[in-house]
Design a protein around this ligand. Structure first.
Ligand SMILES: Nc1nc2c(ncn2[C@@H]2O[C@H](COP(=O)(O)OP(=O)(O)OP(=O)(O)O)[C@@H](O)[C@H]2O)c(=O)[nH]1
Ligand SMILES: [Mg+2]
Length: 466
């Protein structure tokens, strides 16, 4: 996935951010926590040392640590005593709040005016407007949240499909760490058993060990592969997939975009060269978030400068696409095929359009689709899903730095386990080294030390008192 957004900050950046925040942790911050626009309720969050005194002044009731975990109904008043809204005041005392600081949430009416007035009332009483992500940053700095969880919170808010939200929620709750932890917990005893086995003379080696241990390595390897796939899938869910529809003019590209989106987004006309600017829409393919783009028809003899520019954009989008969808006119006898793989070098998904039209002729390898009757759309969605799943598994895929440490550790462990599977039982000492490498890779990422854990495992075999 190409994603420039929210890559891990360079160390110096994060330490600067940390310094700034540490200096300003004396500040009380406030922000509207709900989305702007019409809505039943809106929440204004306040966090920091003055949160309770600000809440006391806005609600006219004494708010203190003693009110923690409670809520009450109240009018909200500005500095001049004017009632600006009314609703619930929720009180959280440090460290049991989202940020780990004293915090208050005002739940008032939604819309454009009320939440802004409540926020202004907080600011006029000494709070400062929170910077982007500052509540979560404070939660992280106060040890309320791991960095990977803080990042997952943003992903949860940004998630565009249920599946992406579920994934972010699981990462927020330490899903990736749990995955690494459980893999590590299995590699270390295997590693200890193999070391132990190496100590035996060939003759008194336990019966059947080879077959059993081979199966065990095989198990570990498939577990590591699953973990890698799951982390890669997280990266794809997070950044989404770009799919680009291209093909000759009049092939039915814009009609296909509209049919897939279920709305008339792009102009359709019988004239060739209708689409010039590219048109994007959002598609949910079995939970995978997809940005789908319709582009200008590819031809060398564009009618004018604008169309020629559109053709250039189409070519470059097609080159950069995660998934390329090529539409050919199913009623044109020998439509020129201009195949071009997407940036991953995988072949395009080919669509033969106008399957309902009288002159339609199918072609091997191209999905027959009618944007008029909807025929073939399910088959196309299934083909897209397959492509995205392949993309999610692709080890050469750049995951935009996310979550790079876990992924690098898992990749390394997977390689080491694959080596161990080859080496055992022929080269037991090498296999033991490979298992050790796998354990160290995963352990390093979750702050566990192989040698300590290994000693525990080995000594736990001794009797008490030995
Ligand atoms: N019968 C039938 N006609 C279709 C279908 N899809 C597109 N057409 C017709 O084909 C013509 C071209 O459709 P568009 O969707 O505008 O084609 P396009 O590939 O976007 O064309 P450009 O933007 O000019 O490159 C229009 O007259 C459509 O009504 C289809 O599935 N069935
Ligand atoms: Mg078009």
């Amino acid at each position: 996935m190409r994603t420039a957004s929210r890559q891990a900050a360079a160390p110096e950046d994060s330490s600067r951010l940390r310094r700034e925040t540490m200096q300003s942790a004396e500040d009380t911050i406030a922000a509207i926590a709900t989305a702007p626009g019409r809505g039943g309720i809106a929440a204004v969050r306040v966090s920091g040392p003055d949160a309770f005194s600000i809440a006391s002044r806005i609600s006219g009731r004494e708010v203190s640590a003693a009110s923690a975990g409670r809520f009450f109904f109240s009018k909200f008043r500005d500095a001049s005593g004017l009632a600006i809204d009314e609703g619930l005041v929720l009180v959280f005392a440090a460290p049991h709040s989202y940020t780990g600081e004293d915090a208050v949430e005002f739940q008032g009416h939604g819309g454009a005016v009320c939440p802004r007035r409540v926020l202004e009332a907080c600011l006029s009483r000494g709070a400062r407007l929170a910077r982007r992500g500052e509540f979560s940053l404070r939660a992280f700095l106060n040890g309320r949240m791991a960095l990977s969880s803080a990042e997952a919170v943003l992903d949860l808010v940004d998630a565009k499909t249920t599946r992406a939200a579920d994934d972010a929620l699981s990462r927020m709750n330490g899903g990736t760490a749990a995955l690494l932890e459980s893999l590590y917990e299995e590699i270390v005893p295997a590693s200890a058993d193999l070391e132990h086995f190496l100590d035996f003379d060939e003759n008194d080696a336990p019966e059947g060990f080879d077959a059993e241990f081979s199966a065990r390595i095989g198990n570990l390897l498939s577990k590591a592969r699953e973990a890698v796939a799951s982390v890669r899938a997280s990266a794809v869910l997070r950044s989404g997939v770009s799919a680009v529809i291209s093909g000759p003019p009049n092939a039915g590209k814009s009609s296909l975009l509209n049919a897939l989106l279920g709305e008339k987004r792009a102009i359709v006309s019988a004239a060739a060269g209708t689409t010039r600017d590219y048109i994007e829409g959002f598609l949910d393919i079995d939970g995978w978030p997809v940005r789908l783009a319709d582009t200008a028809g590819l031809r060398d003899d564009a009618a004018d400068e604008a169309e020629a520019a559109g053709v250039e954009i189409a070519k470059s989008l097609r080159r950069e696409a995660d998934v390329s969808i090529e539409v050919e006119d199913g009623t044109a006898p020998d439509a020129p095929v201009r195949e071009q793989a997407g940036r991953r070098g995988r072949p395009a998904v080919k669509v033969r359009s106008k399957a309902d039209a009288p002159g339609f002729a199918p072609r091997e390898g191209a999905i027959p689709v009618s944007s008029v009757t909807g025929e073939g759309l399910d088959a196309l969605r299934a083909a897209l899903k397959k492509e995205i799943e392949a993309l999610a598994r692709d080890p050469s895929e750049d995951c935009g730095g996310f979550p790079s440490r876990a992924l690098a550790a898992l990749d390394e462990a997977e390689k080491a386990l694959a080596r161990a599977a080859e080496e055992f039982p022929g080269e037991c000492t090498l296999a033991a080294n490979s298992l050790r490498a796998a354990a160290e890779a995963v352990g390093g990422c979750i702050g566990r030390v192989w040698s300590d854990d290994m000693l525990d495992k080995v000594f736990s075999r001794f009797c008490v008192g030995k």
